[in-house]
Each structure stands twice: as structure tokens, then as C-alpha cells.
Design a protein. Structure first.
Length: 133
């Protein structure tokens, strides 16, 4: 199970960001659960790990999602991490999620039958000209 601190940070971020949809939040939580199986991530600060999982969920939303695929200013403000910091964490620490197919239940719907599917593509992370920002 995820560290209570990691879940606290993820819940705080999601509650503060009303633009996040159910699928994004559900996938972010599932990614956080998958990260608990990785011993090396115990050294990663819980707020950075939670924000990185949320960033991966945002960047890997289905193309049909009405929500933006960008890590915007409000996300930076509430999490304290810019997109460049999250990309660096994902590339260095979350490589085990590359091309990972994630299937999880909807958190908000309460319906056990509604499942959400996503494939996490680390190669599609935002890039920054002139190096990391």
C-alpha cells in the first residue's frame, strides 16, 4: 500500500485542482500504488513522487479527454514542482512504468464495474528547449 504521506499529497493536489477529471485522478492513484513495489523509491520525497504520478496521469490522458494535457501554472503552484522537475523524476526514478498498461477502477463514480485504461508512455513526456527548466 502507498505511504500515507504520498496519498495525503496526492489527495491534497487533486482536491486543489478542480480541472482534473476522474480518470486522471484514478490513474495517478494506481501509479502511486505501483510505485510502492519499488524499493528504490523509498528515498524519493513523498510529495515529489505524488506529483510525478499525477504528472504522468495528466500527460497520458486519452486523446479524447476534454481536459488539457499540460502541467499548467495552477499545478505548479499547488504541487511546488514545475514540469521539468517532474520529467526529471520520471526519467530517473519511474522508468519501470515505461509502456505500462494501467487498468484501475474509477475513484469518483463508486461503480465497481467502471474501469479506466491507460498506457503510460515515458517517451511522450514534455521536452524543454535549451535544457531542463
Amino acid at each position: 500500500n502507498p505511504n500515507p504521506e504520498q496519498v495525503h499529497y496526492l489527495c491534497t493536489y487533486c482536491a486543489a485542482l478542480p480541472q482534473l477529471d476522474d480518470a486522471t485522478i484514478s490513474v495517478a492513484l494506481e501509479l502511486l500504488v505501483l510505485c510502492t513495489r519499488e524499493y528504490h523509491l523509498l528515498q524519493t520525497p513523498p510529495n515529489l513522487l505524488a506529483a510525478s504520478c499525477l504528472g504522468l496521469a495528466v500527460w497520458n490522458r486519452p486523446a479524447s479527454a476534454a481536459c488539457s494535457h499540460e502541467w499548467d501554472a495552477s499545478m505548479v503552484s499547488y504541487t511546488g514542482f514545475g514540469a521539468a522537475a517532474l520529467v526529471a523524476c520520471c526519467e530517473a526514478e519511474l522508468h519501470m512504468l515505461r509502456d505500462k498498461h494501467v487498468s484501475c477502477r474509477s475513484i469518483a463514480s463508486g461503480l465497481r464495474a467502471r474501469s479506466i485504461h491507460a498506457t503510460i508512455m515515458l517517451m511522450d513526456l514534455p521536452t524543454f528547449s535549451g535544457g531542463r527548466q
